[in-house]
Design a binder for this molecule. Structure first.
Ligand code: NAP
Length: 350
């Protein structure tokens, strides 16, 4: 039997990706679409400015959008799980309200750094699912909240995980982030045409803090942050989808670029071992061409779920430098949420 899911923020950039990825999903079916009171009561096709290349599924277009509250969702349908793609500024209390009754898998930032909330990348830190038990005991909820990291952090952390074996000490990252990362309608066209904006609000802090929790050690009750120094500088560029990041790392073991490429190529995690429906065969794909990865050509690798790495070379200042690319609304957002929920099903949590 497929589990019934609600999508919160269903009309937005990430909400639309959830609908696209969940179409025909073997384990989940979309049963409730929730958004703001501007959209509530309307047919989804009237409330939503659909901005994906795939067609809006017909049956989804016919559904009526409900308000984002526990009461409105329960009135609409019995659900097993909610995916949250709400703005970080409003997600906090409403996710808590829903988590009293149902599991919430969230793409919003509100609860990511809460001590008892997983900040999950299924390939990187599946053990953080153990925090759900801690959270339930502490908060007395029937449901729970589990979060996925920020989009530019997910792809970075996936590449940092296999580097931990070389003794990861320092990371410097400069991002070139796509426009869809700012939601819809996002950055005004006159601000970004012929331009790069060297500032994305709170993004650098998210990369710096979230990465340490993601790569940290779970001792059964809390996560001890990783002992790594991370410095980020974030830029918005005139690309539709796909964040590109220039990464510089200091590694204690001083591996060669070939050894680092091998570590990237050989990296797999629980989703691959469990053959989860949304798991890419390879979490990291290494490109040999000297001018790749590029957003336009490489963002859809592994159905948008693989992180594409290239230009792995020695760095005269630290140890190794490379480029990594990830699809921000798939691996960085809706795909991450769906993969997290699939892992929870496989582990008997959902
Ligand atoms: P978006 O395109 O602006 O969509 C926002 C959604 O939230 C819409 O469905 C909107 O509904 C709804 N909403 C807005 N105010 C609301 C309110 N007061 N009550 C209930 N619903 C409300 O944003 P997005 O890019 O999809 O981002 C959604 C979340 O995912 C954010 O937390 C963002 O940081 C995170 N995220 C985004 C990306 C990305 O690449 N875009 C990647 C990772 C994480 P209406 O249509 O009714 O206004």
């Amino acid at each position: 039997m497929r589990r019934k899911v609600a999508i919160l923020g269903a009309t937005g950039t990430v909400g639309q990706r959830f609908i696209e990825i969940l179409k025909g999903h073997p384990w989940f079916e979309v049963s409730v679409l929730a958004a703001s009171e501007r959209s509530a009561g309307k047919r989804y096709s009237d409330a939503c400015t659909w901005r994906l290349e795939s067609e809006m599924p017909e049956e989804i277009g016919e559904m009526t959008v409900v308000e984002t509250s526990l009461k409105a969702i329960e009135k609409a349908e019995d659900i097993d799980l909610a995916f949250s793609a709400l703005p970080g500024s409003i997600a906090g209390p409403v996710e808590e309200e829903i988590a009293e009754e149902y599991p919430v898998v969230s793409k919003a930032s509100a609860h990511r750094m809460d001590e008892d909330v997983p900040l999950l990348i299924p390939e990187v830190n599946p053990e953080q699912l153990g925090l759900i038990e801690v959270q339930r005991e502490r908060r007395g909820w029937r449901g729970f909240i589990s979060t996925d990291p920020n989009c530019s952090t997910i792809q970075l952390a996936i590449t940092l995980k296999p580097l931990m074996e070389f003794g990861l000490k320092k990371v410097i990252v400069s991002t070139m982030q796509a426009l869809s990362g700012a939601g819809y309608p996002g950055v005004p066209s006159l601000d970004i045409i012929d331009n790069v904006i060297p500032y994305i609000r709170k993004e650098e802090e998210k990369i710096q803090f979230e990465s340490l929790k993601i790569l940290g050690t779970f001792d059964g009750s809390r996560v001890k942050p990783a002992d790594v120094i991370i410095s980020a500088s974030c830029n918005r560029v005139n690309v539709r989808d796909g964040h590109l990041e220039a990464v510089f790392v200091e590694l204690e073991a001083k591996p060669t670029p070939e050894e680092v490429e091998d570590a990237f190529r050989n990296f797999v995690g629980e989703p691959q071992r469990l053959k989860l429906p949304t798991a890419p065969e390879k979490p990291i794909i290494v490109k040999d061409e000297p001018d790749r990865p590029q957003p336009r050509y490489d963002r859809n690798e592994g159905g948008g779920m693989s992180v594409v790495v290239g230009r792995v070379r020695r760095d005269p200042a630290l140890t190794i430098k490379y480029l990594c690319l990830g699809h921000n609304t798939v691996r960085g957002a809706a795909g991450a949420g769906v993969l997290s929920a699939e892992l929870m099903v496989a582990k008997g949590i959902l």
